[in-house]
Design a protein around this ligand. Structure first.
Ligand SMILES: [Zn+2]
Length: 325
C-alpha cells in the first residue's frame, strides 16, 4: 500500500489490517507538525506498513510528536498504544475520559454481564460461546494513557493547519471529527464513511441512547462546508451532506423494519435481529460473534424506539420482550 498526498502537507497513510474485511485503517500524517490522526491495529503488519509509508517523508515512527485519535477503537488506537512507548503524546476528545472510566468499571463484571445480556436479549441458546471463551473477558486491561483532552468546538493550530474539534458521539461515545477549515477538509473518523454504515450498538448494561446520539451527530456535521472528507476506512469522498442524509434514511428505514417485526406480537432482541435484513450476510450464516454485534445494533434501535414511545418493553423470566404500544 502506498501513501497518498492529499495536500502539500497532509498525507493519507494506509495501515494494513488484513484480518479485517475493511482491509486497512487510514492514518493521516500532518507533515509540518509531525502529527498522526489515528493509527491502526497493534500488529507487526500494521507497524511495518506505517513505517514504510513514513519513510518517503524522512520520518520514522519515533519521530512522530503526537497522535490525535478520533475514537478509542482498536483499529484506530491499537498501534498508537505501541508507538506511545516512544514518548509520543496522545490527544483525544474530552469524552474519552468518561468513556475510559465507564469501561474500567465494566471490566470487573463483564463476563457475568455478558451472560446476563444473552438472557435479557433472548439469546440463551448461545451461552456456551461465552462460557467456553471466558478468557476473552479478562479484567486486567489497562486503559490507554491520554495526554491531552480536546473539547467540543476547541480550535488549535498544528504547523500550517488550523483544526477544530467536533464531538460526534454515536459510533463511539468519545468520537470526534476534525475540521480543517482553510483547506475545506473534514477528518471524519468512523462517524461518516463513504459506503458502509458505522456500527451503532448498545449493550444491556449501559444506559444511554447511542442511536439518538448518532443521528444528532449526523445533523451536527451535515452542513459543515467542506470539499474533502477523509474517513477512517474505505476511501476519500466529497459529498458530505448527501451521505449524511443517506445514513439518516438508512437508520429511519431500519427503525421501521424493526417495528414491523413487532406486528406479530412481543419479540426479543434476538428475535428482531433474526428477522430484519443485514447487508453483511444473512442472519443464519453469521457467526455467534457477528450475531452478537447485530443484536447490540438491534437493541440500540429498539432502545431508541422505546425512548420515542414507539415500542414498549416488558421483562418476563429475565428476558426483555418488545412490542408495539
Ligand atoms: Zn474503524
Amino acid at each position: 500500500m502506498k501513501p497518498e498526498n492529499i495536500t502539500d502537507t497532509i498525507v493519507q497513510l494506509k495501515v494494513p489490517m488484513s484480518r479485517n474485511p475493511l482491509g486497512k485503517t487510514f492514518s493521516y500524517l500532518l507533515k509540518e507538525s509531525r502529527t498522526l490522526i489515528d493509527t491502526g491495529v497493534p500488529s507487526e503488519e500494521a507497524y511495518t506498513g506505517l513505517s514504510d509509508q513514513l519513510e518517503p517523508y524522512g520520518l520514522k515512527p519515533k519521530d512522530i510528536e503526537r497522535i490525535i485519535i478520533t475514537h478509542l477503537h482498536n483499529d484506530h488506537i491499537g498501534l498508537a498504544q505501541i508507538l506511545q512507548e516512544d514518548g509520543i503524546e496522545i490527544w483525544a476528545g474530552s469524552a474519552a475520559k468518561e468513556r475510559q472510566e465507564m469501561m474500567v468499571n465494566e471490566w470487573d463484571n463483564l463476563y457475568e454481564n455478558t451472560l446476563k445480556e444473552l438472557d435479557l436479549f433472548g439469546g440463551q441458546q448461545y451461552k456456551h460461546n461465552i462460557t467456553k471463551n471466558k478468557y476473552v473477558f479478562k479484567s486486567d486491561v489497562k486503559p490507554m494513557q491520554i495526554d491531552r483532552y480536546l473539547a467540543d468546538g476547541e480550535k488549535f493550530t498544528l504547523g500550517d493547519l488550523d483544526l477544530e474539534v467536533i464531538w460526534t458521539p454515536g459510533h463511539s461515545y468519545e468520537h470526534i471529527c476534525l475540521l480543517n477549515q482553510k483547506n475545506r477538509i473534514l477528518f471524519s473518523g468512523d462517524h461518516v464513511l463513504p459506503k458502509i454504515t458505522s456500527h451503532v450498538a448498545l449493550h444491556s448494561y449501559r444506559d444511554h441512547d447511542p442511536l439518538g446520539e448518532y443521528l444528532s451527530s449526523l445533523e451536527k456535521i451535515q452542513d459543515v462546508d467542506v470539499d474533502t472528507i477523509l474517513p477512517g476506512h474505505e476511501w476519500t469522498f466529497n459529498d458530505l451532506k448527501p451521505r449524511t442524509q443517506q445514513l439518516m434514511t438508512h437508520h429511519r428505514n431500519r427503525l421501521d423494519e424493526m417495528k414491523e417485526t413487532l406486528e406479530d406480537g412481543p419479540q426479543t432482541v434476538y428475535d428482531v435481529g433474526s428477522k430484519v435484513h443485514w447487508d453483511s450476510r444473512p442472519w443464519p450464516v453469521m457467526t455467534f460473534w457477528t450475531k452478537r454485534m447485530a443484536a447490540t445494533e438491534t437493541f440500540a434501535h429498539l432502545f431508541y424506539l422505546e425512548k420515542m414511545g414507539e415500542v414498549k418493553r416488558e421483562t418476563r423470566r429475565d428476558t426483555w420482550y418488545f412490542s408495539l404500544p
